[in-house]
Structure formats: C-alpha cells, structure tokens
Ligand binder design. Structure first.
Ligand code: PLP
Length: 399
C-alpha cells in the first residue's frame, strides 16, 4: 500500500486495484452458482466464504470488513446489519452457562439490557462495575468470568476506562475483553493494540458518518474471529451489500471527518467550560477530566462526543436542547450534523428522577455529538440556546 498518512492509507485501502473502478462494485446476490458438489463442500468448510451464500459472506461486504480490520489492526472483521447485531453476536458467542460476565454499568442502553435481561434469562449473570476504575474490574474478574465488556469513553458521562490495564487483569485469569469502540472510532482508539480481544462498532455512527445507513462490525484476531463466526453464521446478523457500499464510501472520508469532529469537540468543550450558564463539562480532552491522562495514552484524539451540565437542572436542559437551531435534536451520533439530546427528558425520560440519579444521569445533562459544521456557528447556537433556556432571550423562529 502506498503512502503512510491516515488519509492516504484509507483511500488506497478503499479503492480497487489498477484497472478496477475506484467505487466499490455491489454484488447483490444471495447465492452463487457452484461448479460442482465438491466446491459446495469446500465452501461449507471455509471460514466466511464470499461466493457461497451471503449470510456467510459477500464480496462487497468483505471489502468493507477488510478495510475496518486494517483500521482496527485486526486479523479480520465481520460486518453486521446494526451495531446491536455486533453486540449481541459477541455477547452470545462468549456467554457460558454457569459463568458470569463483568461489565461497566455505564453502557449503551440496549447493550446493558442484553446483559441484564437477555443473557440473565439464559442464566448468565452480569456483575456491573460502577465506575471506570481498574481495581473495581479486578475485584470482580475471576477464572469463572466468561468475558469483560466495556465502552470507553462511556455514554453519556465520557468516563475513561484504562483498556490496557483492564485487559491485563482479564488476561491473567484467561478472560476475553470485548470493547465497544463506537464513540472514538478506530482512528482515535484501537482496543486490540491495547490488549482487548474484540473491538466492535455501531457503523451507523462514525464509520458510515452520514446518518443514512445502519450497520455494525466486529474486529478481532484470528482465534476470536473464528469463535465469533461460529455464532454469526447461525444468528444471521449479516449486513446487506448495498449498505456495505454506503459504509465503505463513508470510510473514505473518515480521516477528514474525525479530524474535524476532534477539533470542533475540543473547541466546544473549552468554550462551554468557561460559559457562565454551564455547571460542568465532561470531555476527556480537558485537563481536569478525571480520565485525561489515560485518554492521552490510549487515544490519538479525544473524539467528537461530549456532555455538559447546564445550571438550572431539568427544565433549563430541556429548553436548551429545544432552542438549538444548528444542532439537531435527535438520537444517534457520529454523523456530519451535530446531534443534541437532553437524556433526562429523552432517552432516560421514562425513569423517575431517583432512578436517573441511580443511573448516573444528572437532570441538566446535555449530550452532544459534535458535527463538522463551522465552529463559530456551533458556539453561537449553543450560546444563544443557553440564553433562551435561562429565559434571557426569546426563542428564534425555527428555520
Ligand atoms: N453502541 C453504542 C455505543 C451506541 O451508541 C449504539 C447506538 O446508539 C449501539 C452500540 C447500537 O448501534 P445500532 O443502533 O447501530 O444498533
């Protein structure tokens, strides 16, 4: 591959060979005509063959898998139809009856429910660790642990777990570590280099990058990949070739987008931490963030996700989110447009204030997926929305 810089590498990785098209050809086929009986047997005994049956593998999807495997420094990858397709495949592949799992408490809601409800129904109990402390993980991991599951930075408080330290604790007991690497993207963090066993993504987010496709991916070393494949081919979470095309095209600009997400988020975190209407900012790029030193070691950039607490609690938080004109009120993250959410009135709205407290969701918390807009417009939007929410300015008419 020619060129060493990340953008050059990604572009050479995602284009065809000499004489081939630069765009990815979509092989929209569910099955392939086999030469003879012997080739059917050979395919059925092969790991993730690409010209046999698309639930098992597809040439278009494989190009995406190879690109992500390269970015994650993995031996290979398996693409799924959603991030939860990747999460559930990994959890089911590693779950073992009579063994328990250890996971961070602060996880994406559906991942938490997979552990606390779905796996629990199959007799796999999860011990949830309240914070990102390595010692807290160490206290729970035993030789009877099926796997450790974590996200760093975590949602929505951006806590940083030391992936290398937790992986060492787990490796001492022969326990695999699964990391949801969606928030940082592989350009900011590569869990396998830090000792994790599996790195997975909701490709709906930064990999796709344009909020127009749903997908997921599992990246791992060879042994783990074979284990994941055994479950994957039966669960059937396969990504469709058309959607693989979209995510693959998204990846061509991943380097540029992540550079801009990182820069915009850092600028906004600094801006908000000096804002008189803001109580607290959670962003690992700020020197006073408790995970800043670990984040500096394990991340190449601090990412595009941040959260902050407004003064005035629930009502001000909700009004602020609704007053934004540039940032879009919506769930999801990692797209080119900034997306804003007030968890207490949206994702965690059904919970009582006491339950939100237990879940670690402050009433005035705002979560922001910082997009690639011009920074002055983002600062202006948040500044004005904070004034409107505090009753100091009339809301502007919606564009
Ligand atoms: N992991 C994280 C960190 C997420 O934020 C999400 C979705 O928001 C998922 C996994 C699930 O991804 P998907 O919605 O693509 O299934």
């Amino acid at each position: 591959m020619s060129g060493k810089g990340p953008n050059t590498r990604i572009l050479s990785l995602t284009r065809g060979e000499r004489g081939e098209g630069l765009g990815l050809a979509i092989e929209q086929s569910a099955t392939w005509s086999l030469k003879d009986a012997q080739s059917g047997v050979a395919n059925a005994q092969t790991f993730a063959p690409t010209t046999f049956y698309t639930r098992w593998g597809n040439p278009t999807t494989r190009r995406l898998e190879n690109a992500v495997a390269h970015l994650e420094h993995a031996d290979g990858a398996l693409a799924t139809a959603s991030g939860m397709g990747a999460v559930s495949t990994a959890l089911i592949a590693y779950a073992r009856r009579k063994k328990h799992a250890v996971a961070q408490r602060s996880l994406y809601t559906a991942s938490h429910e997979m552990l606390s409800r779905v796996l629990a129904d199959f007799d796999v109990k999860t011990d949830f660790v309240p914070g990102p402390d390595t010692d807290a993980f160490a206290a729970k991991v035993t030789r009877d642990t099926a796997f450790v599951y974590l996200e760093s930075p975590s949602n929505p408080l951006m806590q940083i777990t030391d992936i290398r330290a937790v992986s060492e604790v787990a490796a001492d007991k022969g326990v695999p570590v699964i990391v949801d690497n969606t928030f940082p993207s592989p350009l900011n963090q590569r869990p396998l280099e830090l000792g994790a066993t599996v790195s997975l993504h909701s490709a709906t987010k930064y990999l796709g990058g344009h909020s127009d496709v749903t997908g997921g991916i599992l990246a791992a070393g060879e042994e783990a990949l074979h284990k994941l494949w055994d479950t994957y081919k039966m669960l059937g979470p396969t990504l469709a070739p058309n959607d693989a095309f979209l995510i693959h095209r998204g990846i061509k600009t991943l380097g540029l987008r992540i550079e801009r997400h990182n820069a915009n988020a850092l600028r906004l975190a600094r801006f908000l931490s000096e804002h008189p209407r803001v109580e607290k900012v959670h962003y690992p790029g700020l020197p006073d963030h408790p995970g800043h030193e670990v984040a500096k070691r394990q991340m190449d950039g601090f990412g595009g996700m941040l959260s902050f607490e407004v003064k005035g609690g629930y009502d001000v938080g909700r009004r602020m989110m609704e007053a934004c004109q540039v940032c879009v009120l919506g769930v999801s993250l990692g797209g080119v447009e900034s997306l804003i959410q007030h968890p207490a009135s949206t994702s965690h709205g059904p919970l009582s204030p006491e339950e939100r407290k237990v879940a670690g969701i402050p009433e005035g918390l705002i979560r922001l997926s910082v997009g690639i807009e011009d920074i002055e417009d983002l600062e202006g939007d948040l500044d004005r929305a904070l004034s409107v929410a505090a009753g100091k300015e009339a809301p502007a008419p919606r564009a």
